[in-house]
Structures are given as structure tokens and as C-alpha cells.
Design a protein around this ligand. Structure first.
Ligand code: SF4
Length: 528
């Protein structure tokens, strides 16, 4: 790996934590690897879960074995999130417990990674000086190097980079070794950071500006995943449908010529083979091209993505979703609010009318489309009329599901400063009850419309409530439970006839097996 950090730049050093080795520290092949057991605990979103798979992959590549028992672990990694409420309380609560474990077993090492360490930096080191390694969101790939540094210097290490180095695509978490939670399904990061500035969101501060991963690099990752038995991929980014804007800009600024074969090959690796198809402008998002290319990889049966931004949902993406069989008929399109004044205060970049137009285009263009969303109630300044506008839009949109959130301030965001406009908690809770009733009704109607149909289901494991049953997801991402005729491995594709529905799931009868999984099953390694 070619590390390109200029000495001292983009690196922060706090207190007694060492920092002098940050630039030159290994990033070279090591003769001594680690042994022992590790556990990774993830707080937060899919992006974090994806990073955790990479952290696990790096630790295993260096010789550690997984354990599910924290008391057995030699290395405990906490991958933190600052998007969820009370994230810091949860982290410090967990660290308090680990501190007593570490007192009993001083050899145990604690690593804290993720958004909260990126945001709070030295605070974690001050409040929990027994933590061995602290790293941020831009240097997941350095986890093992930093652990070695800790061992060799005997001093705790803190390394937070201010930004990702755009030129080095190997720094993308997807380019690192991986231990997938589900061997048949894989997340592939296509982009990091976000160029938007939603007033409630801490992501731009902790993940930095948008950087797209080179097109050819993503495809290579998907081919590798398919060869390992992955059949469902989810393309991951904060604003996936603006993927590639930065790449095409970079290409244009480098003055790449489509005529010279070498330049053309390098351009194709970066932005795909259709990058110069549009006459005139080469600065355009490439998400639709990417959907088509990923959807055509042999072995891939399902392509999903999360999350698109309503303002960037282009007709090309809708067309690609409709035309590429492997792209699932599910669109998660975050609404956040149905009130134009709240959308403006949030800096979302669209109006309620615009959102509904885009939704109508998607539904018209993609047959059998299921739509889910995110909605925040109680954003600072939200009035009863704003809430009513959200209820009306939610009812009209007939969402198949929604993640609903009571607004809570995230320190460091613009909205958190609007304290004089905060809405009374009891008022927001009451509004939420009304919204949930609307969403439950449309989710139920959406699920009920599937009764009598035969659906393709990807099995992910036994049902939580009834071990005799297994659970899986349809292409529309609806949860289905059914009784299999014989034990069934996760990753199996079956067809199921839907017999009944609730607002959260479908029940069905097994019809037939469509495809068997080919991924390897991970076996627990136990001591002795
Ligand atoms: S689009 Fe808005 S909500 Fe989404 S990550 Fe970017 S700033 Fe946050």
C-alpha cells in the first residue's frame, strides 16, 4: 500500500498519546504477526457495520481469531457511531465495563474506532486513558499497524486523520481484507463522505467531503465477492446517486484523452467504459452506469443500494433499475419532512412537491417498486402545521416502511445551536404516534397486496420467534417467515407463496428451492 500522508498534515496528536510515528509507521510487511482472540462490537449504521467487517478482516489477516465472548478476547474493538442518540453514554458505559475486565487481565487491548472517535478525538483518551488505540473514520486500514505500534512502543496510540487521501483508492474500507457477517451478502463501499450540509447531520463533519471509489476498483471487489459465493451486494455511500461526480471532475481537470489507449484504460478504471458517451460534459454522476455494471457481474443475483438523496435521483438511475434484472425493486428515499419550511431549514435541497414528483417518476418507471423512507419529527421550529404537512405527504406517498426519528440534537451540527426553537418532547412524542399510525397503515396495505403472490426469498436464518421457521427477504426487501421442508442454509434462494401479512412482515408457504448457496460457512474456533 502506498501511504501518501505528508508528514504532519492531517494528523492530530493529543496528550500522552504518541504521534511521532504516524507517517512512517510500518505500512510494510511484518514478520511478526499477532495471536489470540478478538471481538469487534459495532454501534450504529450500515457504514459502521461495513467498516467492522473490514476491521475483523484486518485482524484475522494478521493472525487473530474471532471470539463471541468478550471475556476471552485479547483485543476488543469498539466501532463507534455518533449519529445515534446517547452514543457517547453507550461508549463510556461499555468502556467502564472493559476497564474492569482489563484490570483483571492486563494483557487485554482496547481499540476505539469510528465516528465518535473521529469527532471527540482527545476526549476519549482523556476520559478513558486505559484505551490502547484510538483511530478515526479515515484510517480504518491502519488498525493493525496502530496495534503493533502500541505493542512495540508500550504507549497508547491515537491517530485521527482530517481527511481521506483521495488518490489512494486502496484506503477504501472495501479494498481491505474482509470477514463478512453473512457470507452470501456483501456491502461494497462506493463512496465516502458527503458534500451536503443537512442541518441535523454530523456525517460531513466526521466523514469529510464526498470521495468516490474508482469504478474499476468497485467492479473488481464485486467480482471477488461473487467468486467467494456472495450473491447479493449492497452498494453503500452517504449519497450514492451522486457517485462519480468527483471522479469525472478529476478526469476532466487531468485532461484525459479518449484517443490514447493508455489514458483511455486508466480513465475506464476510474469512471467506467461509458464515461465519454455523453456528448459535451464529462462531469456527471456515474451511478446508473455502476448499477448496470455491477448488475451484470456473473453470480450476482441481487443488487441493492443505500442511500440515495431525493435531489440527485436522476432518470438514468430509474431507467437502470427498471432495465437491470438483478437490481431489486426497492428504493429507500429519505424524505425527512413533508413541510417545505422545515426542508429548507434542514438544507435538504428539495421541496415536498419535488420529492413527490421524483417518487412518481420512480414508481412509473420501475414496475412493482417498494419505497421506504426516513422521517424526522420535531426538528427545531417544527409547528403543528409542519407536522400535518408531513402526515399528509406520508399518507399520499404510501410508504412501504419508514425509519422514524424524534429529533435529537447532535453536538457540532447547525440544528443543535437552535436551542430556542427546540420543540417540547411531549409534543413530538404525540406527533410521532400519529405518524406511526399512518406508516403502519401503508406498510400493512403494501404487505397485504403481496398475499397470494409467489415471491423469491433469500433466506438469512431461523426466525427469532419460532425456530421451526426460517426468515428471509423478498426482492422488495419485505421480511418473510415460512416453514422449510428441511434445514436450510442462509443464502438459499427459495420461492414462497405469501399467505398472510401484518404491517411488519409476510407469512408464506414454501414452494421450491431456486438456488443453493456456495459461500463457505465460518466455523467458530474454540479454545483447547
Ligand atoms: S445527505 Fe444530509 S443526511 Fe445524508 S449524510 Fe449528507 S449531510 Fe447527512
Amino acid at each position: 500500500m502506498n501511504l501518501k500522508y505528508p508528514l504532519g498534515a492531517g494528523v492530530a496528536i493529543w496528550g500522552r498519546y504518541t504521534g511521532t510515528f504516524l507517517v512512517s509507521w510500518p505500512a510494510q510487511p511484518r514478520l511478526i504477526t499477532m495471536s489470540g482472540k478478538y471481538i469487534v462490537r459495532t454501534f450504529g449504521c450500515q457504514m459502521n457495520e461495513h467498516d467492522s467487517e473490514r476491521l475483523a478482516g484486518l485482524l484475522e489477516a494478521d493472525g487473530l481469531e474471532p471470539t463471541t465472548d468478550v471475556e476471552q478476547a485479547d483485543v476488543v474493538v469498539l466501532n463507534t457511531c455518533c449519529i445515534r442518540e446517547n452514543a457517547d453514554n453507550k461508549l463510556y458505559g461499555t468502556l467502564g465495563h472493559l476497564k474492569s475486565l482489563k484490570e483483571a487481565r492486563p494483557g487485554m487491548e482496547i481499540m476505539v474506532a469510528g465516528c465518535l472517535s473521529q469527532k471527540d478525538r482527545g476526549t476519549i483518551a482523556e476520559r478513558a486513558p486505559y484505551v490502547d488505540v484510538i483511530l478515526g473514520t479515515h484510517n480504518v486500514h491502519r488498525a493493525v499497524d496502530l496495534l503493533h505500534q502500541r505493542r512495540e512502543t508500550g504507549k497508547p496510540v491515537l491517530e485521527i486523520l482530517e481527511e481521506t487521501v483521495a488518490e489512494d483508492h486502496e484506503l477504501f474500507p472495501s479494498a481491505l481484507p474482509v470477514v463478512r457477517q453473512a457470507g452470501y451478502a456483501g456491502w461494497v463501499t462506493i463512496q465516502m463522505g458527503c458534500d451536503n450540509s443537512c442541518a441535523f447531520c454530523i456525517v460531513p463533519a466526521v466523514r469529510g467531503p464526498e470521495i468516490s471509489r474508482p469504478f474499476g476498483d468497485i467492479l473488481a471487489e464485486v467480482h471477488r465477492a461473487a467468486a467467494d459465493g456472495v450473491t447479493e451486494v449492497t452498494l453503500l455511500g452517504q449519497n450514492v446517486n451522486s457517485f462519480g461526480r468527483d471522479l469525472t471532475l478529476r478526469l476532466r481537470s487531468q485532461g484525459m484523452s479518449a484517443e490514447e489507449p493508455e489514458a483511455r484504460m486508466s480513465a475506464e478504471f476510474m469512471v467506467g467504459e461509458n464515461w465519454d458517451q455523453e456528448s459535451g460534459s464529462k462531469v456527471r454522476p456515474l451511478f446508473a452506469d455502476l448499477l448496470r455494471a455491477v448488475g451484470a457481474v456473473p453470480g450476482i443475483r441481487r443488487v441493492r443500494y443505500t442511500s440515495p438523496h431525493p435531489k440527485d435521483l436522476r432518470p438514468e438511475t430509474i431507467e437502470a433499475m427498471a432495465q437491470v434484472d438483478t437490481v431489486c425493486e426497492h428504493l429507500h428515499l429519505p424524505l425527512q419532512s413533508g413541510s417545505n419550511s422545515i426542508l429548507a431549514a434542514m438544507h435538504r435541497g428539495y421541496t415536498a412537491e419535488r420529492y413527490m414528483e421524483r417518487l412518481a417518476l420512480a414508481r412509473a418507471g420501475i414496475p412493482d417498486l417498494a419505497v421506504t423512507t426516513d422521517i424526522i419529527l420535531g426538528f427545531p421550529g417544527e409547528t403543528e402545521a409542519d407536522a400535518l404537512a408531513t402526515f399528509e405527504l406520508a399518507a399520499e406517498a404510501r410508504f412501504d416502511g419508514a425509519f422514524t426519528f424524534l429529533y435529537s440534537p447532535r453536538p457540532g451540527t447547525e440544528a443543535a445551536e437552535l436551542t430556542e426553537k427546540f420543540v417540547d418532547h411531549a409534543v413530538v412524542v404525540e406527533r410521532m404516534e400519529r405518524l406511526r399510525a399512518i406508516i403502519e397503515r401503508s406498510s400493512f396495505l403494501g404487505n397485504e397486496s403481496r398475499v397470494g403472490r409467489t415471491e423469491e426469498v433469500l433466506v438469512f436464518g431461523p426466525s427469532k420467534r419460532d425456530p421451526e421457521r426460517v426468515s428471509g427477504r423478498t426482492r422488495q426487501n419485505r421480511l418473510v417467515h415460512f416453514t422449510p421442508p428441511a434445514p436450510m442454509r442462509p443464502g438459499t434462494y427459495v420461492s414462497v407463496e405469501v399467505s398472510s401479512a401484518t404491517n411488519t412482515c409476510l407469512m408464506g408457504e414454501f414452494v421450491e428451492i431456486l438456488d443453493l448457496p456456495t459461500h463457505r460457512t465460518r466455523l467458530e474456533v474454540s479454545a483447547g
